[in-house]
Write a protein that binds this ligand. Structure first.
Ligand SMILES: C[S@@+](CC[C@H](N)C(=O)[O-])C[C@H]1O[C@@H](n2cnc3c(N)ncnc32)[C@H](O)[C@@H]1O
Length: 221
C-alpha cells in the first residue's frame, strides 16, 4: 500500500513510529534510578535476570559485593561482559532461576518477566531471596482496561516529546550493536497482580508512563 492510500490514523501511527525511530530513548533505563533508590540494606549479592547489555548490572556491581547477570542470549552476555570488563565482582552466564542457589539480597528483572513463566519465576525469586532481600521488577503488560488505555495514550503522546528532548539530533544509520531480544507481553497487569498475590503477597504494583509498570517486594524476615 502506498503511503497516500493509508487511512489518516494509520498515517499518524506511521509518522509517530518514524519520529520515535529517529529520536530513540530507552524506556527500561529510565527506571534504573527507581531501582537504585530502592536497594535493600544488605548488599552482598545481586542478581539481574535477563541482564541484556549489562547497563544495570554495572550499576549494581559498584553497590554490591557481587553482581550476577544472566541472559539466554549469547550476544547479550558478550555485550554485558564487555560493559562490566573492569568490574571483577561481576559474573555473567546463562543460568536459569531454578538452577541457582541463594541467598541473594536483590533480584532485578527489567523487561524480562514477560519472557518467562511469571508464576514460576516469582516462586523462584522468592526461594532465592534472603530475609529482607528485595525483588524489583520493571514489567511490560498489554493494556486490559480503560485506565490502562489512558496510560497508554499518555505514553504514546509523551514518548516523542521525551525522545526529542533526550535525542534532539536525528539518529542516523542502523545501530551496529546486536539487537536486544524482545517479545510481546501476554499477561495483563491485573492478571499479574492475581498471580503475584499468592506468591509474593503484599507486592507493590505501580503503573508507569512509557509502557511499563514496576513491582517491588521485600522478603519478610
Ligand atoms: C527486553 S530485553 C531486556 C534486557 C535488559 N534487562 C534491559 O533492560 O535492557 C529481555 C532480555 O531477557 C533475556 N531473556 C529472555 N528469556 C530469558 C531467560 N529465560 N533467562 C534469562 N534471560 C532471558 C533476553 O535474552 C533479553 O536480553
Amino acid at each position: 500500500m502506498k503511503p497516500s492510500e493509508a487511512k489518516p490514523v494509520e498515517r499518524v501511527i506511521a509518522g509517530l513510529d518514524a519520529f520515535n525511530a529517529a529520536h530513540p530513548w530507552n524506556h527500561n533505563e529510565r527506571l534504573h534510578p527507581w531501582i537504585l533508590r530502592n536497594l535493600p540494606d544488605r548488599r552482598e549479592r545481586a542478581l539481574d535476570v535477563g541482564c541484556g547489555r549489562g547497563v544495570l548490572l554495572a550499576e549494581l556491581a559498584v553497590r554490591f559485593d557481587a553482581a550476577h547477570g544472566t541472559d539466554v542470549d549469547a550476544p547479550m552476555r558478550e555485550a554485558a561482559r564487555q560493559r562490566c570488563a573492569g568490574l571483577p565482582n561481576v559474573v555473567v552466564d546463562d543460568a536459569q532461576l531454578a538452577e541457582l542457589d541463594g541467598p541473594y539480597d536483590l533480584i532485578t528483572m527489567v523487561a524480562v518477566l514477560h519472557h518467562l513463566d511469571a508464576a514460576e519465576s516469582l516462586r523462584q525469586a522468592a526461594r532465592l531471596l534472603a530475609p529482607g532481600g528485595r525483588l524489583l521488577v520493571v514489567g511490560v503488560a498489554p493494556p486490559s482496561g480503560p485506565v490502562d488505555l489512558l496510560w497508554e495514550i499518555a505514553s504514546l503522546a509523551l514518548n516523542p516529546v521525551v525522545g526529542f528532548v533526550k535525542h534532539p539530533r536525528r539518529a542516523s544509520g542502523v545501530d551496529p550493536r546486536p539487537p536486544v531480544p524482545v517479545r510481546d507481553a501476554g499477561v495483563s497487569l491485573d492478571e499479574l497482580k492475581r498471580i503475584a498475590g499468592d506468591i509474593v503477597p503484599g507486592a507493590a504494583f505501580r503503573r508507569r508512563l512509557f509502557f511499563r509498570h514496576t513491582i517491588s517486594w521485600t522478603m519478610p524476615g
